[in-house]
Design a protein around this ligand. Sequence first.
Ligand code: HEC
Length: 204
Amino acid sequence: MDEIHAAAFREAKLPEEGAEPGPIWLYVVIFSTLCFGFFYIGRYLGEISDRPHVLEEGAMIVSNEPEPPQPLFKVGEKVYRQRCVSCHQENGQGVEGAYPPLVQSNWVTGNPDRLVSILLYGINGNLTVNGKVYNGNMPAWETLTDEQIAGVATYIRNSWGNSADTVQTATVADGRKQITRAAPWTEQELNDVFKPQLASGAKK
Ligand code: HEC
């Protein structure tokens, strides 16, 4: 018994619990795990920056330059969905007896100046569209920008089988300057002021 104890006391004193240096392989494993971890983050998780979650450059357009202007049709599609769809409907067919169709309507595909003015100032009273008489109120869209009005005019002139020239932003700017109204149009006034079509050759 004593002999066994003597042998135990001869052994080097064990370091205190918790302070033992671990085996060398453990350091190697920890070190390589860290290296791999940093490599992985660096390689696959994008740069360390204030724009996280960008896997590849180009996946997100990063630029301080102003965005290129969107084509009028696109601008107009958005305006249509936000402002017009509730009455004239997704398919431009309107609602029988209440909201006239924009499809195959000469008010839409005819004289662009007239269309712009309808959009700027609205219409009320009797209005004949594709042979049917409507009597409602078309709101004025004067508060939209020239580009938005040109866009929505372009969009309705070139959707659902309609096909007519683009309405330029400048046409809307001119329209605002040339005609200022406080009240919505009536059909009679529109017919007095505008030709249904622009004279041929005067394409805009
Ligand atoms: C609150 C419902 C309503 C909204 C919203 C509305 N309209 Fe109208 N729109 C009408 C009514 C009603 C008429 C017919 C007016 C009348 O009877 O005098 C009309 C007439 C028209 C006409 C001429 C007639 C035709 O059918 O071709 C055009 C063009 C037109 N709207 C385009 C638009 C565009 C573009 C927008 C969105 C910017 C829009 N409308 C938003 C109700 C609406």
